[in-house]
Design a protein. Structure first.
Length: 150
């Protein structure tokens, strides 16, 4: 068996020291890279989730505006039926009135049609929510024959 002298012992000690800390350094690098990758993936998932939530809110606003438009048509028809002089209105709906999250607005207008038979056009424009950059606006028009409304 070979006897270790002082130089060989120092070399052996230094080599084992480097191997030990090289392995630990490599493990630290792997851990740091893994944490960075997990952070990037988490950030991407959060960003996607927020975009999906925003799109869902826009769709919800669009559907609510469509329902308000239909309600405005019904309201306009009823008002025309009960009052031949009705020319329209701006119907402001508070958030508490129908249990909505935001307030809405429905513009109802009656326009004389170019049709000589005396029909008129009922035009309704609904906005929901009124005070939002993500508001939805829906418009619908129908022809109404006043003589046949009873």
């Amino acid at each position: 068996m070979k006897k270790l002298n002082n130089t060989n012992r120092k070399r052996l000690t230094r080599n084992s020291f480097l191997k030990k800390y090289s392995r630990e350094g490599f493990v630290i690098i792997i851990v740091v890279v893994s944490l960075i990758m997990a952070s990037v993936i988490s950030g991407t998932m959060i960003k996607q989730s927020m975009a999906t939530e925003k799109q869902s809110q826009r769709e919800l606003n669009r559907v609510q505006a469509a329902w308000l438009t239909e309600s405005g048509i019904e309201r306009g028809l009823y008002r025309l039926k009960t009052n031949k002089e009705y020319t329209g209105e701006t119907w402001k709906i508070s958030d508490k009135e129908f249990g909505m999250k935001e307030s809405g607005e429905v513009l109802i207008s009656i326009v004389d049609s170019q049709n000589p038979e005396g029909s008129q056009q009922l035009k309704v424009t609904a906005t929901y929510p009124v005070d939002s950059i993500y508001r939805a606006i829906q418009t619908k028009s129908i022809q109404v024959n006043i003589e046949n409304q009873k």
